[in-house]
Design a protein around this ligand. Structure first.
Ligand code: PLP
Length: 356
């Protein structure tokens, strides 16, 4: 779909709510900007895209997403650049992943151009909500769910696509203690782990709660079959540096969400001269390296935190400490670099920023 054919019907708020939000106190995902993008799929096609004042949705009690979980989402961020322009980091990748998720969940794909133009128009209208303060950004949440009012299991014939945005501060400030999970599972081969399906997150809450009772902030997920291989860290991809080599689980199975942050980290690390290995990683080799003291760095990579340092790793009742965060070369350098990149403070050499 060509850009100039995307005709978005815009209804603006009468008065902005921005002055009701305390930008010095921004809990994650609690406040929402003035407008939202909304578009329905019906009669075999996406209907007129609209931008409307942020408001509740009204749903039929039989709305099929509520019953059978055809529901997917994305998460990305916009920053305010030095000269006031709005910068969105790699939104084309989110549009692509969204459609991969839609495919796996038998839902209706959205033309990438439409996804991106909708996002752009929304951010243009709510640009004042993108804070220029250090560490703050506008979190963007596109989502789609099945809207057939029908209690019967089949792919829905109707869908709603919405984009909402939320001003946020820094996600994790402290390094996180994590536990290697060897009973519960996030994703099994042949399942939906590669999709950003709502149910994946619901299923992770109970094991995460149990781990929290033991004092861990996140789980390191392992493969469903043997629990011998490392997969992800909570809602982030996981990266280790051992003996100066960057290692991360490969995405060859359909159990790992293909993270955009991790992909960016690996590309930059390679360019900085690091050896990067995307391969199967066993729990045993990580524990061995922790015992031997050869783990130089361990972190989660994801949109919310960009880089979340891991403070310690728990496995079978033993906690293994990681080196002090100040001594970690890659995670600190890359965190600063990607933060600067998103803010437009370094050259956009990979053409990763969409400007609004
Ligand atoms: C399960 C899972 N893994 C990894 C990631 C990291 O992906 P990204 O870097 O695209 O945010 C996310 C967050 O989106 C996630 O939910």
């Amino acid at each position: 779909m060509a850009t100039d054919t995307v005709n978005i019907k815009i209804t603006k708020v009468e008065e902005s709510r921005i002055n009701t939000v305390d930008f010095n106190n921004l809990p994650f995902g609690k406040f929402f900007s003035d407008h939202m993008f909304e578009m329905d799929f019906a009669d075999g096609k996406w209907q007129t895209p609209t931008i409307v004042p942020f408001a509740n949705l009204s749903l039929h009690p039989a709305t099929s997403a509520i019953h059978y979980g055809q529901s997917i989402f994305e998460g990305l961020k916009a920053q305010k650049g030095e000269n006031g322009e709005v910068l969105i980091f790699r939104p084309d990748m989110n549009a692509k992943r969204f459609n991969q998720s839609a495919l796996r969940m038998s839902m209706e794909p959205i033309p990438e151009e439409l996804f991106l133009e909708g996002l752009k128009a929304l951010l243009d209208l709510d640009r004042d909500w993108v804070s220029a303060k250090e560490g703050q950004s506008l979190y963007i949440r596109p989502f789609m769910f099945a809207t057939d009012d029908y209690v019967g299991i089949r792919p829905s014939e109707k869908y709603k696509f919405v984009i909402i945005t939320s001003p946020v501060g820094a996600y994790y400030s402290e390094p996180v203690p994590v536990k290697i999970e060897t009973y519960y599972t996030r994703a099994a081969q042949g399942g939906v782990g590669k999709a950003k399906a709502a149910g994946n997150y619901a299923a992770s809450l109970y094991p995460a709660k149990l781990a929290a009772e033991e004092g861990y902030r996140q789980l390191i997920w392992t493969d469903a079959k043997t629990h011998e291989y490392i997969e992800e860290a909570g809602t982030m991809n996981v990266v280790f540096v051992i003996n100066d080599t960057v290692i991360t689980p490969s995405e060859e199975n359909d159990t790992i969400l293909q993270g955009i942050t991790k992909k960016s980290v690996l590309q930059i690390a390679r360019e900085w001269g690091y050896t990067v290995e995307e391969r199967k990683i066993t729990v045993a080799e990580i524990i061995e390296a922790l015992k031997a003291g050869t783990v130089q760095d361990a972190f989660g990579a994801g949109t919310a935190a960009t880089i979340a340092h891991i403070s310690l790793i728990g496995f079978e009742g033993v906690n293994y400490d990681l080196p002090p965060v100040e001594t970690r070369v890659l995670s600190n350098r890359i965190k600063n670099h990607i933060t600067d990149y998103k803010k437009g403070r370094v050259e956009d050499k990979y053409n990763w920023l969409m400007r609004v």
